[in-house]
Structures are given as C-alpha cells and as structure tokens.
Ligand binder design. Structure first.
Ligand code: SF4
Length: 419
C-alpha cells in the first residue's frame, strides 16, 4: 500500500485531489495515462493523469511541518528552499522557519550562528557531504529531520556502487542545481565524476571517450563540473550515467543510450558491460510518470495548456517545454498570474523572464479545451485555484466545476444514475 504522508489540508484540493484519488483507486497499476476530462460551461479542462506533489515532496513536507510542530520555542532552519515552490516556502517561513542559504547558494545566515539546540531540516533534494559535516560540527544531527528524497539517495547509493566497481559517474544535470551539487559531492567520494547538461555536452564527452580529443581542452569544457584529479585519459574507460532526478527522463535515456553506443564502438560489443553500467533503475518514477502523463495530455488535444509551478522548478519547466512543443503554453506560478481573459503573466521558456502575454485565451471559440498540469512541488490547491480562476473569468459558475467533478467521480466509480 502507498505510504501516507501528513500533509496540511490547505495544500489539498476538493476537486484536484479528489479526482486524483479516484483515478488512482480505479487504476492502481497506473496503466491509463489519459487525462481526466471535466467539461464545465464553455470550457473543458483536461487534467493530466499524474501531476503535482510526488512521493519525495510529500515526504519532505511531512518532515518539515513535523519539525516545526515538535520543536516549539526552538529555532528551526532549512538549509535552503524546502522544495521549489514559493507558496510552500513562504508558509514555512511564516511559521518561523529560517533559510540558511538561498537557492543560488548565497549564505543568508552564517553557519557559525547555529547552536546544538537548533533544528536544521535538510530539503528534498538533499545536500552536499560538506554541509552534512558542517552541521555535525555545529552539534546538529542532520538525520533528525532529513527530508532528502529516498529516490535521490538511491542515486547517491548507485553512484557509490559504480565508483566501488571502478566506474566513473556521469551526472546528467544542471551543475548549479542543489540536487546536482549534492549528487556530485556524494558521487565523488567513491568515483571520478563529471556533470553534463545535455546531449551537446555528451557529444563533447564522447570525443574524449573515443580518444578523438585529449588534454587541457577537457578542463576548459568541463571546468567546475568534474571531480578533483579527473583524468580524461583514464577516467572515461568505464562509465555509468545517473541524473538530477528532475531532468527530462527521455533526455537522460537518450544520453545514456548515446554514450552506450560510443562505448560499444570504442571497446566492441563483447566488452560493453565492462565499460558501460546499466543505471536505468535510478530514474525517478514520479518525474517519469508526470512527463509521460503530459505526453498523453498534449496528444489528447487542446486549445492551450496551463502548467502550474514555481518558476525555479526544473521539473515544471520540462513539463512546460513538452506542452509548448505542441500548443500555446503558459507556465504560471499561481492563479494570480491569470490577470483576465486578455492578459496572463507567465515564465517565458526561452528567455526565462516573467512577462505578460496578451490575447492568450481564444475568446473567439465557442468551446475551449484547456490542458492542465503541474510540477512535482506544486500543491493541488494551487492547481484548483488556477482552474477556478480560468472558469471564473470565462463566465463559468463556480458550482459547475464542483458538479462536473462530482459527476466525473460518480461516473468513474460506476455509481452515476442511468440517464
Ligand atoms: S521528483 Fe522524484 S526524486 Fe525528486 S523529490 Fe520527487 S520523487 Fe523524489
């Protein structure tokens, strides 16, 4: 049975959470990726089969709120943002939780100010070996409220196994992202490690694997992204690929497959397993599910897509990119970004700037189909608020949304009265 987490009720949603529960109960093996269709008024909302909070985020929220509850009168800190959602972070701050560092690594409160009486929560994406050590030096047990996602820890464990077996760890991720920094630091304890951002960097790496390039050039290309003492002439003979769990899973798979083919060409098919480790089991299931569900969502067709999540959320960004490849897409952090039927504030996927777009909603259409999905750190309540805002400005009565969702649930459960 799926583990249950204690999540504050205000993150749940009467509509979205209820629909998710119904879909999960009726499709426990998660074989149906079709979106949930809720027609109300002139709008049909198609809600991705998998969206919003993942296992790791629910686990982290459970731990963070417990840390606050269990320690009245004590100072409670987070190493950095809990998850990449501004609403969740602000709510924790409003309860007195203080951030030691910003997402970009800027020190907000010096570690020297920590005392053994303080509580420090390690966020969902984990932290570096050095920071774990710093906390211990300050007399703080980092395991007490360690919210590192078990799937991130699984990547660290696999990296360590790879290193012990003589493999180099290739990390597909963004070198400035907290999770990638953490994974890199844990990996380099036992293995030479290098971070690559995308297929372009995989192709650069391949030149060193196949000995088409060598020497100083490597350190220009991978400066700050490889472990101390990395020797491209020796350390690229046996490799395994792991990822920052929120990267596009299909991109990680494509990179792994590409590097596998480079190894096959370089060392021959018979020797492939000696030179390339199979690490497919380290891909995060939640990232994969949300990305697969979004693929199904866009294939089902619609007039526009709304993708809800914090603007610094890597996995939300990837969901938005998938949608934007097929139809007009607006990446919004919450319902306040939907200004009216003519204007929406959203993250531009190319420039990464927040901007206002005009005429985003096809008012000329009699019926409009709006696709909805959300990142793994986005509460269902925010998704519902976005749906309600769109319904409201399009002239749909609020009660119609509840009725449509209840109708869907009754029909799905086979209890709808015969027409
Ligand atoms: S996306 Fe995956 S690895 Fe990241 S927190 Fe969620 S479950 Fe864990």
């Amino acid at each position: 049975m799926a583990r249950k987490f204690d999540i504050p009720q205000f993150y749940r949603s009467g509509v979205v959470t209820a629909l998710k529960h119904t879909r999960n109960a009726l499709d426990q093996r998660k074989q149906d990726l079709n979106p949930t269709e809720i027609p109300c008024g002139r709008i049909t909302f198609k809600i991705a089969r998998h969206l919003g909070f993942c296992f790791g985020v629910e686990n982290a929220i459970d731990i963070a709120y417990r840390a606050v509850r269990e320690n009245p009168g004590k100072r409670v800190f987070l190493l950095s943002e809990m998850i990449h959602n501004p609403h969740v972070n602000s709510d924790l701050q409003a309860r007195g939780v203080q951030f030691l560092r910003s997402t970009s690594g800027e020190q907000l409160i010096p570690f020297e100010q920590l005392t053994p009486q303080d509580i420090v929560i390690v966020p969902a994406f984990g932290t570096t070996v050095d920071l774990f050590a710093t906390l211990r030096e300050r007399g703080i047990d980092p395991q007490q409220y360690n919210a590192t996602c078990p799937f991130v820890e699984k990547v660290w464990k696999r990296a360590s196994q790879l290193g012990n077996a003589g493999f180099t760890v290739i990390i597909h991720g963004k070198h400035f992202h907290e999770e990638t920094k953490a994974t890199f630091s844990h990996a380099e304890l036992s293995a030479p490690s290098v971070i690559i951002r995308d297929m372009r960097e995989a192709e650069k790496l391949a030149r060193y694997i196949s000995k088409q390039a060598s020497g100083e050039e490597f350190f220009e290309e991978f400066s700050g992204k490889c472990s101390h003492g990395f020797d491209p002439a020796r350390h690229l003979a046996k490799i395994g690929v792991v990822n920052q769990t929120t990267m596009l899973a299909t991109e990680t798979q494509a990179i792994a497959e590409y590097l596998r083919s480079v190894m096959r060409e370089t060392y021959g098919a018979e020797a492939l397993t000696e030179h390339f480790a199979d690490t497919r089991d380290t891909l995060c299931y939640a990232t994969y599910e949300n990305q697969e569900a979004v693929g199904s969502l866009v294939r089902s067709g619609g007039d526009l897509a709304l993708v809800v999540g914090g603007y610094n959320s890597s996995n939300t960004f990837h969901l938005a990119r998938i949608c934007a490849g097929k139809l007009p897409t607006f990446y919004v952090k919450d319902a306040d970004e939907i200004l009216d039927l003519t204007q929406v504030r959203h993250l531009n996927l190319e420039t990464h700037d927040v901007e206002i777009s005009k005429d985003w909603f096809p008012v000329q259409l009699e019926r409009v189909t709006v696709l909805i999905t959300a990142g793994a750190s986005c509460p269902d309540a925010l998704v519902e608020a976005v749906i309600r805002k769109v319904a409201l400005i399009a002239g749909v009565e609020p009660v119609e949304l509840e009725q449509a969702s209840e109708r869907y649930i009754r029909t799905a459960e086979g209890t709808a009265p015969a027409p």
